[in-house]
Design a protein around this ligand. Structure first.
Ligand SMILES: [Mn+2]
Length: 347
């Protein structure tokens, strides 16, 4: 079904009761469906990202629809599903439980010695597994209707279900991860589905992901480093230090981007953790780290990916914080628009 745009003015001011970016689409007539996942149960440092989808939706009304590179993409329709209040509530309860548990183990106690804490940990792990399945089932249903799907988090752990659903349709695809962290921890703090383990869980459980390319990494531990070394080039990590050094000594970002793209399979999933950016663009993200990318640097890379003939098959945008002046969500909504356009582009 094609939406009637005859009464929609793309140059006008957004109508607040319209959906994301002020667009007049619905779940039936939009080609791209954004699933908000208000989840941050395993976040250990600073919370807030579970509320980001609602904030980004509001901020998105200010995004200009005209993008000279992608003039017609949005006309295929983008629709963001309503934030599921039950998930938000479940998140809030489990996040509190997890805080108790983290305080307990961080004080040097052993979880096995305390029955209550064993139960708490079990509940948190089961809740996270439930969320993964919820994302998987919803993604699978939408994909089976011919929709394209993107996720809006929430912390980075939300990505698993969509990548799993995509793996049933693509026997070989790559994940391009923008991140300050590797997220390759084998179970972080006893948590099976921590945001710090998302890429470990993807690689261990989803063989269709033939390549993981990580960009902008600048905070990682020795076991993650070892895991990368042992991956037989299935993981290729471009550490921030190395990327900057190459550019300091005269290599161009354009050349590096071509090198990155040459290693990607035909189908590419973008996993965009905003903490991969310079923290000035995401000051309230959960675990900010100095350094990082400019927006246009990544947009340049994404355009090159499309120009190479590769296809973006899905994305998640995660770890956006919320702020009193709306800055983080302003940046987040622009990234969401760019990712949507990349997915809907005809190239
Ligand atoms: Mn991450």
């Amino acid at each position: 079904m094609i939406a009637d745009l005859s009464r929609f003015d793309p140059n006008g001011v957004s109508v607040a009761n319209n959906n994301v970016f002020g667009l007049p689409y619905n779940e039936e007539n939009a080609q791209l469906i954004v699933i908000p996942v208000p989840w941050e149960v395993t976040v250990s440092f600073r919370g807030g990202t579970a509320r980001a989808p609602e904030h980004i939706l509001k901020a998105s009304l200010q995004v200009d629809l005209f993008d000279s590179q992608f003039q017609n993409s949005w006309k295929k329709g983008v629709f963001m599903l309503p934030v599921d209040k039950k998930i938000l509530l479940k998140n809030d309860i489990l996040r509190k439980e997890n805080e108790l548990y983290l305080n307990f183990i961080n004080s040097g106690e052993k979880v096995e010695t305390n029955k209550f804490m064993c139960k708490t940990l079990k509940e948190v792990n089961e809740g996270c597994a439930w969320m993964n399945n919820w994302v998987y089932e919803n993604s699978k249903t939408l994909l089976s209707k011919g929709k394209q799907v993107g996720l809006l988090g929430g912390d980075h752990s939300i990505a698993f279900g969509l990548i799993k659903a995509l793996a049933e349709r693509h026997e070989d695809f790559g994940v391009l991860q923008i991140d300050a962290h590797c997220d390759l921890r084998k179970s972080y703090e006893g948590l099976d589905n921590s945001h710090g383990s998302i890429m470990y869980n993807v690689l261990e459980n989803i063989p269709q992901v033939s390549k993981l390319i990580q960009l902008g990494i600048r905070d990682y531990c020795e076991s993650e480093w070892q895991y990368i070394c042992d991956s037989g080039h299935r993981i290729v990590t471009y550490f921030e230090k190395e990327l900057k050094e190459r550019q300091f000594t005269g290599d161009t970002w354009s050349h590096i981007a071509d090198e990155i793209i040459n290693q990607l399979p035909q189908n590419v999933y973008i996993s965009y953790d905003v903490d991969g950016l310079d923290p000035k663009l995401c000051p309230h993200t959960g675990t900010p780290v100095p350094g990082g990318f400019e927006l246009e640097q990544l947009n340049f890379l994404f355009r090159k990916i499309l120009n190479s003939g590769r296809k973006i098959v899905g994305f998640d945008l995660s770890e956006t914080g919320i702020s009193s002046n709306g800055w983080d969500e302003n940046v987040g909504s622009r990234i969401l628009f760019k990712l949507s356009n990349l997915m809907l582009c005809d190239k």
